[in-house]
Design a protein around this ligand. Structure first.
Ligand code: SF4
Length: 86
C-alpha cells in the first residue's frame, strides 16, 4: 500500500500519530509529517489504514497500487508498468 499526506489539509488533531506514530510524527506545531515515504510495509498497513480512516479532514489518502496498471494487474506480475504502446 502507498499513501499520501496532504499537509495543507492537516488540522493537527493528531489521531494519525496516535495510531501510527512511526509514520505520522507531529512537527513542532502539532501537524503531521509523513515519515519513511509513501510505501507502507504490510505489517504497518492496519495501523496506517486506521489513521487514514480516522483523519477528520481526509488529509491521508491511499495511492493506486503500483502492481496495477490502468485497473489491471501488471502483465509480468512484478509491479512494473506495462510498456507504453507506440
Ligand atoms: S489525523 Fe489528519 S488532521 Fe490529524 S494530524 Fe493526522 S493528518 Fe493531520
Amino acid at each position: 500500500m502507498k499513501i499520501k499526506l496532504d499537509r495543507t489539509r492537516c488540522d493537527g488533531f493528531g489521531l494519525c500519530a496516535k495510531h501510527a506514530p512511526d509514520h505520522f510524527p507531529l512537527d513542532d506545531w502539532g501537524y503531521a509529517v509523513l515519515a519513511g515515504g509513501p510505501a507502507i510495509a504490510p505489517a504497518d498497513e492496519a495501523a496506517v489504514t486506521r489513521a487514514l480512516l480516522d483523519c477528520p479532514v481526509h488529509a491521508i489518502t491511499m495511492l493506486p497500487d503500483s502492481n496495477w496498471v490502468n485497473g489491471e494487474p501488471a502483465p509480468d506480475g512484478t509491479g512494473a508498468p506495462a510498456a507504453h504502446p507506440v
